[in-house]
Ligand binder design. Structure first.
Ligand SMILES: Cc1ncc(COP(=O)(O)O)c(C=O)c1O
Length: 366
């Protein structure tokens, strides 16, 4: 049996008629500049995240850059985040001219460890970007407490955490703003690029709207130097079709994770932990084992796809060296890098495929 990590083709087969119709309608309307689908998606996303504003942008990376810019973060400023993230979180900080400061993670859920924050706050610190990695929310109360004590802004990186929750509240509503990605592998994904910024702050929302579109205040007037980073109308039309199934898809991911949990329970591996405060969105199902390389070879031999995010964490990347990030002391991050392994998980994977994966992992340890 072949088991892909995810199955976007299967999803497309189910949604094809609706998607084709939505694309046709969008093009036929020729309202392609922040058109009705972008506006409707923004409203739907704001409701889902229980915030006042959602602003569609070109990607999750752009969402981070624009959020940082809108908060006036730039040269001379420091922004605290984790090394355990996709490089975009760090790139955005560097690209606005600020200095990333990396802290270690909690080994069970892989999110920013709040008790390490105080040690790295300096007079230059302006913001914290917790990353709700793999769909598990960071401990936002503890992070917000440190932020409040030092007058720091909090940008939630929710790129992997659509519909995740923290103490009953949706992620994206827990800091000054949140950012989402609609990259093709994400739990809600475009057939191209897309991103969203969420916030309750009217002023921040207004500035974000200006920044995403050349600072336009009216057709010939520009109040700010901004970006060309509008959410594309066609992508918004596609996302709105997929959004109708996001809740179902997320439930399916949770059921699949529960099935893996049950089938893998007796094995000498660490299964994904879920903190008491967390409602996990299971973007990825991440296990830990000291025998990762041998296990991945075994999976490969049995037709099972896998991933190892983040085998080479950001602070070990050559790209980050000029910013001194290689000097960060991140023992838990480094330990996790050698042990993590993501198993296939996607709403369209069958129960038989999940059982086959679990059985194959079981055979390895037998
Ligand atoms: C944690 C995290 N932050 C930011 C991003 C950037 O999103 P995008 O690829 O839409 O630019 C991604 C994913 O790609 C991500 O996983």
């Amino acid at each position: 049996m072949q088991v892909p990590l995810m199955d976007l083709k299967a999803e497309y087969e189910v949604l094809k008629p609706e998607i084709i119709e939505a694309i046709d309608e969008a093009i036929s309307s020729m309202q392609l500049f922040l058109g009705p689908n972008v506006q409707a998606l923004e409203q739907e996303w704001a409701e889902l995240c229980q915030v006042e504003h959602a602003i569609g942008v070109g990607s999750g990376t752009d969402a981070l850059i624009i959020a940082l810019k809108a908060l006036d973060i730039g040269p001379g400023d420091e922004v605290i985040t984790v090394g355990w993230t996709f490089i975009a979180t760090i790139e955005a900080i560097v690209l606005v001219g600020a200095q990333p400061v990396l802290v270690d993670i909690e080994p069970d859920c892989f999110c920013l460890s709040p008790e390490l924050l105080e040690q790295v706050v300096t007079p230059r610190t302006r913001a914290i970007i917790p990353v709700h990695i793999y769909g598990h929310p960071a401990d936002m109360d503890a992070i917000n407490q440190v932020a409040a004590a030092h007058d720091l802004k909090v940008i939630e990186d929710c790129a992997q955490a659509h519909l995740a929750g923290y103490r009953g509240r949706p992620v994206g509503s827990l800091g000054n703003c949140g950012i989402f990605s609609f990259y093709m592998s994400k739990n809600l994904s475009a057939y191209g690029e897309g991103g969203m910024i969420t916030t309750d702050d009217d002023g921040l929302a207004e500035k974000t709207r200006l920044l995403r579109s050349h600072g336009y205040t009216s057709k010939y007037e520009h109040a700010l130097i901004g970006y060309n980073s509008r959410l594309d109308e066609l992508q918004a039309a596609i996302l709105r079709v997929k959004l109708k199934r996001l809740d179902w898809g997320t439930q399916r991911r949770r059921e699949q994770a529960a099935k893996y949990d049950e089938l893998l329970a007796e094995l000498p591996i660490a299964l994904p932990a879920v903190a008491p405060h967390a409602t996990h969105a299971y973007h990825l199902y991440t296990i830990r084992t000291s025998q990762r390389e041998a296990l991945t070879a075994h999976l490969e031999a049995h037709g099972i796809a896998f991933a190892t995010h983040y085998r080479y964490p950001a602070h070990t990347q050559p790209a980050c060296r000029p910013y001194g990030l290689h000097r960060a002391n991140l023992p838990e991050t480094e330990k996790a890098a050698g042990e993590v392994l993501q198993l296939p998980l996607h709403p369209y994977l069958s129960d038989e495929q999940i059982e086959y994966v679990a059985q194959t992992v079981g055979e390895f340890f037998a």
